[in-house]
Each structure stands twice: as structure tokens, then as C-alpha cells.
Design a protein around this ligand. Sequence first.
Ligand code: SF4
Length: 480
Amino acid sequence: MNDINMTYEEALSHAPNEEPARQYFFIERCQDMLEKLKESSGKEAFTFHIATFGCQMNSRDSEKLQGILEAIGFVETDTEEADFVLYNTCTVRENANDRVYGRLGFLNGLKKKNPHMMIALCGCMMQEEKVVAKIKKSYRFVDIIFGTHNIFKLAELIHERLEAKKMVVDIWEGTDRIVEDLPTERKYPFKSGVNIMFGCNNFCSYCIVPYVRGRERSRNPEDIVEEVRQLAADGVVEIMLLGQNVNSYGTSSENPVSFAELLTRIDQVEGLERIRFMTSHPKDLSDELIEAMKKSKKVCSHLHLPLQSGSSRVLKIMNRKYTRERYLELVEKIKTAMPDISLTTDIIVGFPGETEEDFQETLDVVRKVRFDSAFTFIYSKRTGTPAADMEEISPDVVKNRFDRLLAEVQKISAEVCGRDEHTVQKVLAEEVNDYEKGLLTGRMSNNTTVHFKGDPSLIGKIVDVHLDESKGFYYMGTLA
Ligand code: SF4
């Protein structure tokens, strides 16, 4: 029974306890409530806008949140002048929080003009107690606050907000629960992220993620394969398997299935053409996984393997649990098994206590591995992590090292990335090029971008492209 005339208390007592049935019950009630609101306000549609900050995990969460909002009946708009605005926040960098507070002031101005407007906040930043306390005290116009463990509950939270007419705060410290089979809306029809696990157990000393996303939880392999099967049946040709540390997939499960085994199972899904995954932690990258990647025809020729530092001494303080030697050995094994693979990485410069000697070791690893590209970051203190209490080094020294690293990375990258010039490669056409009319932009298996002339009807298809000219980080090509 789901009668819109039920009181709030009656509705709660009738809601199923099991998921996802409970959420579908609230989606239905929210649909009716929204219809009533439309009638009383004279509005034809109630719009929503989601602003996503941070990593690919957040982007995937936002697709799920969008699916729920659309199931309720909200219509997407690309401006924040919407009836429902949701910020899916990130807290990895200290100043990210300040930016959210700044934007909330702007939203408050919009809300004063639109009495129906609801403002919701979710994501990693909301898992921090002091943030929630500050919003409750100083940003009382916010309607809904929830965290990273309960995004599946959005319909229930909106229902509560509409009924109770006061700020709804629902933050869980942790959970073993993973709710499957809720509506989700994909940004691209031909590619999709697929979460395989949530949380992280590694506690790298500079990182806040384990504190806000909780301990590692892996989804059942059967549920993952089924999701991929459905996506492929729906026209998806490329998936990105997502987790903070995909290489330790399954280790916390009752009946462990390794990441390598999971890849092998996904590899067999008909219609799927490309498999990517991130993020890989070097300490957990097994020989079994290298073998599975080598055997697969679908796993892309690209591995993102965060180095962070080339000094074993700094890696120890970072709590990364591998040494420079182990990293280099791993790269050697990977390159021997897959000589064409493209390797990319993340490097932090200026970690507390990093000496010139340590930095030289990082440069040395960069020269030895010859990464296709490297995301280089200046260390930035994150309150709440062990590294935040360590003594920082002079910003001038850090800036100087950063510039030297960037120059080295770019020089190598320009040499390495041009290696496929004048060959024909498979390219997934992804979008119309915004800058030059008539061009499409796509990606090769090794993740390099290619621009080529083509009809928009090719978007979502894997086509043969001749790589006419290397431009350092991308190619200009022609359909072959
Ligand atoms: S592996 Fe380290 S850097 Fe990555 S999310 Fe976990 S703690 Fe953070």
C-alpha cells in the first residue's frame, strides 16, 4: 500500500524494510508529492542540477543520484537556478571545503528568490563531523545533508524533507551495506563507470579518504558481472571498473574472488569491447593480474600506477608499503608481459621531510619508467591525516622541485606519446570537438586522445584511424 494521503508516520510504518524495495516506495511517494507541488505552484516542471567535485567515484555516485532524481520526476538543467541543487563534494584538498562554503552563499541568494528550491549536500566532505556542525550552525538554509555510505537513500531523504519541513541530516560513519538495483542515469550512452568496491584500508599518511569513505567493501562478483552484462546489452562498449584500490578487490569478502579473476569473468561479457580500471595500488598488483591483463583482448593497453615518490625513505613515511625497487621491478614485469602498454602515474612533490636526494630518486624513477604522462602535485597538507603534523619544507624549494619534475615528465611524455605516429589504431569516438568544426575526439586503447574528421553518427563506435601527426600529448588523424 502506498497511498499519498497517508500521514508521514503512516508512510514510515508502511515502508518496506528491505532494500531496494524501500527506496522504490519512497520514489513513488516523492513522485506524487512532486505532482502536487507542480499543481499548487503552477510550474510545469521541477528542475535539478548536480555539481560534482573530485574523483571518478563521485562522478559515478552522481549518475546514481541523477537516476533517482529523474525517477522521482525532476528534470535536469545545467544551471544552479534549479529547484533541487545537489553538491556532491570532495574533501581530498583542504581548500576544496572553502570553495563549497563560498558557493553555498551564492545558492542562498537563489533560494531567496525561489521558495521551492531545495539544497542538498553529500559526498566525502559531509563525512567530517566539523563540516556538518558548521553547516547546521551557519548555513541553516541547506535542506538535506548525507554522506558517502547512504547515497541510495536520496528519495527517502527528500520525502522526509518535504514532510518534516526541516533540515534532514543523515550521515553514517560506516556500513557493510551495498544496495544494488536502483535507477541510474549514465552521462555517456556508450561508456560507463562500474563500482566494484568502496572505501580504502590503506591509510597513506597524507590521505583523508579512509577516514571519510570508510573501510574496504567489495561488491559480489556476480552482481558486478550482471551489471556489466546489462550495460553491454544497453550499448555500452567501454567500462571503467572503479575502486580506491581495485587490486585488493575481494580480499575482505567471505568468498574471495581476486581482481584478476573478476577481470577474466568480465572479459567474457558479449558486446563489451574495452575494460579500464582505476586505481591500482602497486603493493597489491599481483602476477596473476598481469597475466589476466596480458591474456585479455578487452583490457585496455593502459595502466595508471601511482608512484607518489621514488624514494623508499619517503614512501615509508607516506605508508605506501612498497619500495622504489619493488615499484621498478613491477614496471619491468608489466612491460615484459605487455611491451606496448602505456603507463601513467601520480607523483607528490615536497612531502614533509623530502630532501634533494629523495627528489633525485623520484626523477630517476621517472627517467627509468618513462611514463606516458604523470599527474604531478605539490604536497598540500590535509588536516586530520598523520602527515598534517609533520614539518613542511620551504615553498620555494618545493616549487623549484615541482618545476624540474614537470619539465622532465613533459620531455619524456612528448617522446613516448608519439610512438604510434603513422600507424592505424582503434579509436573510440567519444564526442564532437568543441574547438574545431567537423572534428571528433576519441581515445585509443592506451588512453591517448585523437582528433579526426568524422560524422557525429560515429560517436560511441570504435573506428580505425590513421595517426597522421603526433602533437605531443595527442594525435591528429584521419579515418582509415
Ligand atoms: S590507497 Fe592511499 S591514497 Fe589511495 S585512497 Fe587509500 S589511503 Fe588514499
